[in-house]
Design a protein around this ligand. Structure first.
Ligand SMILES: NC(=O)c1ccc[n+]([C@@H]2O[C@H](COP(=O)([O-])OP(=O)(O)OC[C@H]3O[C@@H](n4cnc5c(N)ncnc54)[C@H](OP(=O)(O)O)[C@@H]3O)[C@@H](O)[C@H]2O)c1
Length: 338
């Protein structure tokens, strides 16, 4: 089989497609023949050497796939063989084949293509955990979704619209038309102007009840200032650090020193909350994510979960796929196809 290997930390030239022996399913695992594999911002940071959770290089990353079960270990359900599925993979998803614990596998909804199905696990589980599980967003509340045009951003918009909350989203201006078509109430250009005064003006100076922020560093402090009383800030990424070589390392260091230290007294007196989410640290809580996935897959059937794939790149064009996301061209999900 072929795998996309990050040979060492660096620019897109460190990505290489290599021939490797086929995997064999371990205890309670199934072997999935991959038809599409999700590319996430974490994979970009892993290539740049800025993602602490990534395996040591040379490594194969990839947190999610959609494909067909080709084999199953004795302990796994044999009826899964031949079934189309989607799965969370703890790395190794960017391969022709991957072996996955059966608890991380769900049946692919018929109405979705393999590419659309591969756009579900990371984006929608993250959005669901942020907005519903930890953010407790309500119909009468409002939410600010940063990077609303990205993979997690569009998923969060689907979830927020389903709840019935008022939605504000920051995104590069070229994505605003599409975001409005998808139901975003207020699109804010954060690239050419300061988004906070614009948000304050749109909310009559009040701010919003929930902000989800994947940018990190000093940006978390600013997002905190956008909260209305009873507001919550969900922090879940550090894309501000993205960069190759020394640039990335310098940005990471800067973000670290600019990260706010929230005081319990300030939270108490202002009636605010802050929380963090790392989906990649929930492997020992798979029952929770299985329950969230059940709601999400029901949402596909009900029509409110609408995974949107911007582009599918074949494995041998993986470098272009990384550059596409790094240059902010993607609207929604980018997937890799064997
Ligand atoms: N903690 C978790 O469990 C978890 C899970 C999934 C994702 N995440 C985080 O959520 C964020 C979004 O992830 P994603 O996979 O859905 O990616 P994505 O949003 O599709 O990523 C690309 C988009 O992010 C925006 N962006 C912001 N800063 C950027 C930068 N420095 N360089 C390039 N693009 C930048 C750009 O859109 P605009 O210019 O239009 O804003 C770009 O199109 C990432 O920070 C990721 O690490 C965290």
């Amino acid at each position: 089989m072929r795998q996309i290997v990050i040979t060492r930390s660096g620019g897109v030239d460190v990505l290489d497609v290599q021939e490797k022996p086929d995997p064999v399913p371990g205890k309670r695992e199934v072997l999935v023949r991959v038809r599409a594999s999700g590319l996430n911002f974490a994979d970009i940071l892993a290539r740049q050497g800025l993602y602490p959770d990534a395996p040591k290089t040379p490594c194969v990353v990839g947190y999610e796939v959609a494909g067909v079960v080709e084999a199953a270990s004795e302990e796994a359900d044999q009826n899964l063989i031949g079934r189309p599925v989607l799965a969370l993979t703890r790395f190794g998803g960017q391969s022709d084949m991957v072996s996955v614990p059966v608890d991380q596998v769900s049946e692919k909804p018929e109405r979705l293509s393999f590419e659309e199905a591969a756009a579900i696990p990371v984006n929608y589980l993250t959005a669901y955990a942020l907005l519903v599980v930890m953010g407790s967003l309500k119909k009468e509340e409002s939410v600010l979704i940063h990077n609303a045009g990205g993979g997690v951003g569009l998923a969060a918009l689907d979830v927020a619209k389903h709840i019935g909350a008022t939605t504000y989203g920051t995104a590069s201006p070229s994505k605003h038309g599409f975001l409005k078509e998808r139901g975003l109430d207020h699109a804010i250009d954060y690239r050419s102007k300061d988004w906070l005064p614009v948000l304050k003006q749109l909310t009559n100076g009040r701010g919003v009840e929930l902000v989800i922020d994947p940018i990190g560093g000093a940006h978390w402090k600013k997002s905190y200032r956008a909260l209305r009383a009873t507001g919550r800030l969900g922090m879940f990424g550090i894309s501000t650090a993205s960069g190759d070589g020394l640039t990335g390392k310098w940005r990471m260091l800067k973000a670290f020193f600019q990260t706010p230290k929230f005081s319990p007294f300030s939270l108490l007196n202002r009636n605010r909350g802050v929380f963090g989410l790392n989906l990649g640290h929930l492997w020992n809580e798979i029952d929770k994510s299985r329950e969230w996935m059940r709601v999400i897959l029901d949402g596909v059937e009900e029509g409110w979960v609408r995974p949107y794939v911007d582009k599918a790149f074949p494995f041998d064009r993986v470098a272009e796929a990384h550059s596409y996301i790094e240059s902010r061209k993607n609207t929604g999900k980018v997937v890799l196809t064997p």
